[in-house]
Design a protein around this ligand. Structure first.
Ligand code: ATP
Ligand code: MG
Length: 375
C-alpha cells in the first residue's frame, strides 16, 4: 500500500530553537518509516519579513544541517529549499484567487507579526458594548468610552497593517500551496500552526468546490510530542520564537553548554519556590517542567513528582544538565555538516529534484482544471 505523504518545514531565519526541535523537527524523525516525507527549508516564507541575503543563504544551510543532525535521513526524505521548486509560488497564486480576504483577516499570527497587540481586542470591546444597557445614563457614558477605545484599537491596527507587506498577509495561502502541491495528507507542526492548517483545509475545499472535484485532499495537522507549544523563557505566556528580539527567550540548537545553563538559570519563574505543575497559574514553571519532560520522554507531572523535594532554582540546574546532554550531540553534528557546503548543497539538489518530480504532474493537472491553455 502507498504510504501517506507528509510535508513540513521551518523558516531559515536563524535562531533555531528548542520549540522548533520539540514541536516539529524531532517528531518528523519517527514519521520517516511510515510516511513518504518532504521537508522544505521555507525560504519563501522567511522573506515575508526583511532578511539579509547572506544570512538567509547561511541560515538555509544551517537549517538543513539541523534537520539532518536531528535525525532526518536525506536518503529517505526529500530535504530542499522551498524556492527551488517553482510550484510553491505558482500554485499559491492560483489559490490566492480562491481565498476570501475575510478568511485571512482571522489569522492571529498575522496580527502578532505586524506587532498588533492591543490590551483589549475588538471582540472583547464588542461584547462589553453589547452587554451595556443604553437606557441608563452611566451605561451611556460607558458605551461612549468603549466606542472611543474601539476607534483607537482599529486605528492602531490600520496603521500597522498599512506598513506591513502583502506577502506576510498571504503567508497562509503559500503554506496551503506547499501542502496541496504535493497532495500531502498530513502536516506535522507545532500547535501555533493549527489555525493555518484549518485555513488550508478551507482553501482546498473552496478549490475543489469551484471545479467540481475532490482533487486536493484536505490536510490534517499532526501535533505530536509532549511539548507542542514551548513557551518563551522570559515570558511563560508567549511562545518561544525565532523572531523574539530577546536571545534569552530561547535556547537555540547552536548554543553551547554555558549559554544553555545561563539562559535556564535566568529563566522566568514565579514567587513560589516549590516545584509544582500548574499550567494555568504557574505558566513559566510549567514550561520548564514541560521542556524537561519532552527531553526525557515523560510527563511534566512525573517530572514535578520526581523532583518534588527541589526548589525551582535547584530544578533549573537539573534541566540545564539534561538540555546540554540532549542538545550537544546535535550541535556538534550540525557544525560538522556546515563545514562541508558542497555535500550539503548536493543533498539539497537531490531533494529538490525529488520534490519537483512529485509536484509536476499535480501542478499540470491543476492548471488543466483551471483552464490554462497548455502550449
Ligand atoms: P518565527 O517567530 O519567525 O515565526 P518560529 O519560531 O515560529 O519562527 P517557524 O519556522 O515559524 O518558527 O516554525 C517552524 C515549526 O516549528 C512549525 O512547525 C512551528 O509550529 C514549530 N514551532 C515554532 N515555535 C514553536 C514552539 N514555541 N513550540 C512548539 N513548536 C513550535
Ligand atoms: Mg512561526
Amino acid at each position: 500500500m502507498k504510504k501517506p505523504r507528509i510535508l513540513s518545514g521551518v523558516q531559515p531565519t536563524g535562531n533555531l530553537h528548542l520549540g522548533n526541535y520539540l514541536g516539529a523537527i524531532r517528531n518528523w524523525v519517527g514519521l520517516q518509516d511510515s510516511h513518504e516525507c518532504l521537508f522544505m527549508l521555507a525560504d519563501l516564507h522567511a522573506i515575508t519579513v526583511p532578511q539579509n541575503p547572506a544570512d538567509l543563504t547561511r541560515n538555509t544551510r544551517e537549517t538543513a544541517a539541523a534537520y539532518i543532525a536531528c535525525g532526518i535521513d536525506p536518503k529517505r526524505s526529500a530535504i530542499f529549499p522551498q524556492s527551488a521548486v517553482t510550484m510553491h509560488s505558482e500554485l499559491a497564486w492560483i489559490l490566492n484567487c480562491h481565498t476570501p480576504l475575510g478568511w485571512l483577516d482571522r489569522m492571529t499570527q498575522y496580527k502578532e507579526k505586524v506587532g498588533f497587540s492591543p490590551s483589549k481586542t475588538i471582540e472583547t470591546l464588542n461584547s462589553q458594548y453589547s452587554k451595556l444597557n443604553s437606557e441608563n445614563d452611566s451605561a451611556f457614558t460607558k458605551r461612549n468610552e468603549l466606542v472611543e477605545e474601539w476607534i483607537g484599537v482599529t486605528e492602531e491596527f490600520e496603521s500597522k497593517r498599512s506598513k506591513s507587506k502583502l506577502g506576510l498577509y498571504a503567508y497562509p495561502v503559500l503554506m496551503t500551496a506547499d501542502i496541496l502541491g504535493y497532495h500531502a495528507t498530513h502536516v506535522p507542526v507545532g500547535e501555533d500552526q493549527k489555525q493555518h492548517l484549518e485555513l488550508a483545509r478551507d482553501i482546498a475545499g473552496a478549490f475543489n468546490r469551484a471545479y467540481g472535484t475532490e482533487f486536493f485532499p484536505l490536510p490534517q495537522p499532526l501535533i505530536l510530542g509532549a511539548a507542542t507549544r514551548v513557551m518563551s523563557l522570559t515570558d511563560g505566556t508567549k511562545k518561544m520564537s525565532k523572531s523574539d528580539p530577546s536571545d534569552y527567550s530561547r535556547i537555540t540548537l547552536t548554543d553551547d553548554a554555558d549559554a544553555i545553563a545561563n539562559k535556564i538559570k535566568k529563566a522566568q519563574t514565579d514567587s513560589d519556590p516549590a516545584l509544582t505543575y500548574d499550567e494555568k497559574n504557574r505558566p513559566s514553571v510549567a514550561n520548564l517542567l514541560t521542556i524537561y519532560a519532552a527531553l526525557d520522554d515523560t510527563t511534566p507531572q512525573q517530572v514535578a513528582e520526581k523532583f518534588s523535594t527541589l526548589k525551582t532554582g535547584q530544578f533549573k540546574a537539573q534541566l540545564a544538565d539534561l538540555a546540554v546532554e540532549k542538545l550537544s550531540p546535535i550541535t556538534a553534528r550540525m557544525r560538522d555538516l556546515m563545514d562541508d557546503h558542497s555535500t550539503l548543497d548536493n543533498l539539497l539538489k537531490d531533494g529538490a529534484n525529488q520534490a519537483r518530480a512529485i509536484a509536476a504532474p499535480i501542478f499540470e493537472e491543476t492548471k488543466r482544471m483551471v483552464g490554462f491553455l497548455q502550449v
